[in-house]
Design a protein around this ligand. Structure first.
Ligand code: SF4
Length: 436
């Protein structure tokens, strides 16, 4: 066992740090180990990870909003065994700086450029830069059907279709919509520039993030968010990809193993956990269709407009020690009242505390657990609430708010636009008046 494992595990990670395979993080249900993959793996390997989650952890697997696998409920001893057993599988596990690209890179006829070579060059060229923030991330997005536009990134490189001979626009901080434009350059120059920017951030200190270099740079010109990866998409090599989501991002390892076994029966042999707490399986079109049907019967998220995919929910209690509430039962209550309003125009954020792990971006409607009740927020989880209610009032308040929104929503108006038009004052007043 490595010294890194022993040291980080003994001391625990500082808040905000990233739990890695060798540096599990303490949570409400034991240690949590994160397995970040930089490439596709076989369905057999994912199945093996499910077996390990049951053998060493509490049998619960999360897929984070960035597409990282998380195995929960580990002890000091079992986390060490998990580390050994995962390494024995020979998976493409990320060990250093997060340099992410879309999961269908190189297989997507609609992508502007294949980002894999550039991502690998950045990984290599920036290896060993010390003193960076633990969650520092670089996104290299070549465009295509499944984009990383909604992920926060310190440095984002986006393939630019207007540059002669190809080029990459470098952005700092935020999502693709909220980031700032730094420069556009060739892939070769971009590697050196990313390295220079990372060294600048390291020189500022371990809390410095990409937005700290954004200064007065111009805003992004992008205004639309990426579509979720659920459903079937054709690939350039004649195969298809089928995106299947975990309801609220969490599942019993045995259920995920069952999905892998079905994929295996259908000769689907490649899989990648990915954004939106989902997995992308790659195989023949008919096999993907059959797997999608199977997943639908087993109540996975299979369609872009499935309302469960429109709720961003963190682990909550008891899994997270910081959580004031069981977020998954609150999300189920939200679903019961809001299903018709979850039209894909926004993510309704349900969070156990103001840290807002599941959705760091602002949301037109966020519900945050407090010591005594639930706060309603328009913005980030840590922003000032426009309303706070006691727990016993939760369901009736949700029903009242949903009824108000359904009544006020105009023909052709999205729910996000409706929430924004009405504003926090009207939302608060009508959530509290004449509770149903
Ligand atoms: S946001 Fe949720 S998962 Fe994150 S620390 Fe708070 S309660 Fe825990």
């Amino acid at each position: 066992m490595t010294a890194i494992f022993q040291e980080s595990n003994k001391s625990g990670l500082r808040r905000g740090a990233c739990p890695a395979l060798s540096s599990p993080m303490s949570t409400g249900d034991g240690l949590l180990a994160r397995i970040a993959l930089i490439d596709r793996i076989s369905t057999g390997q994912l199945s093996q990870l499910c077996v390990l989650a049951s053998r060493h952890g509490n049998g619960i697997i999360d897929i984070s909003s960035r597409g990282n696998l998380q195995i929960r409920g580990l002890s000091d001893a079992s986390a060490r065994l998990l580390d050994q057993d995962v390494r024995a599988l020979g998976l493409p596990v990320r060990e250093d700086l997060a340099v992410e690209h879309p999961p269908l890179a190189g297989l997507d006829a609609t992508e502007i450029a294949d980002p894999r070579e550039l991502a690998a060059a950045i990984r290599e060229g920036c290896r060993g830069i010390e003193g960076l923030a633990p969650k520092m991330s670089v996104v290299v997005d070549g465009g295509g059907q499944v984009r990383l536009s909604n992920l926060l990134a310190d440095i984002r490189l986006v393939a630019n279709p207007h540059e002669e001979g190809g080029g990459w626009t470098i952005m700092l901080g935020g999502t693709e919509v909220s980031g700032r434009i730094h420069a556009t350059m060739s892939g070769g120059d971009a590697v050196a520039e990313v390295s220079r920017l990372l060294k600048m951030l390291a020189a500022i200190g371990p809390d410095a993030r990409g937005r700290d270099l954004a200064g007065a740079l111009p805003d992004s010109t992008v205004s639309t968010e990426a579509t979720p990866p659920f459903g079937i998409r054709p690939l350039v090599d004649g195969r298809s990809a089928v995106g299947i989501g975990l309801p609220f991002g969490q599942i019993a390892a045995e259920r995920l193993r069952e999905l892998c076994a079905k994929a295996n029966d259908l000769h689907i042999d490649l899989v990648q956990p990915t954004i939106e707490r989902s997995v992308l399986f790659l195989g023949k079109s008919q096999s993907c269709k059959a797997l999608l049907d199977f997943a639908e019967q087993r109540e996975f998220v299979v369609a872009p407009l499935d309302p469960r995919g429109a709720i961003a929910v963190c682990s909550g209690s008891p899994a997270c020690a910081s959580a004031a509430i069981p977020t998954h039962s609150l999300a189920a209550g939200v679903l019961a009242e809001f299903a018709d309003l979850l039209d894909g125009s926004f993510k309704l954020h349900v969070t156990g505390c103001p840290k807002g792990c599941a959705h760091p971006q602002p949301s037109p409607l966020a519900l945050c657990g407090t010591a005594t009740g639930i706060s309603f927020i328009s913005g980030r989880a840590a922003d000032r609430p426009f309303l706070t209610i006691s727990r016993t009032e939760t369901q009736s308040a949700l029903r009242q708010l949903a009824t108000f929104l359904k009544r006020e929503k105009r023909e052709g108006e999205s729910s996000a636009a409706c929430l924004s038009r009405l504003g926090p004052t009207a939302l608060a007043a009508n959530t509290m008046s004449g509770r149903l």
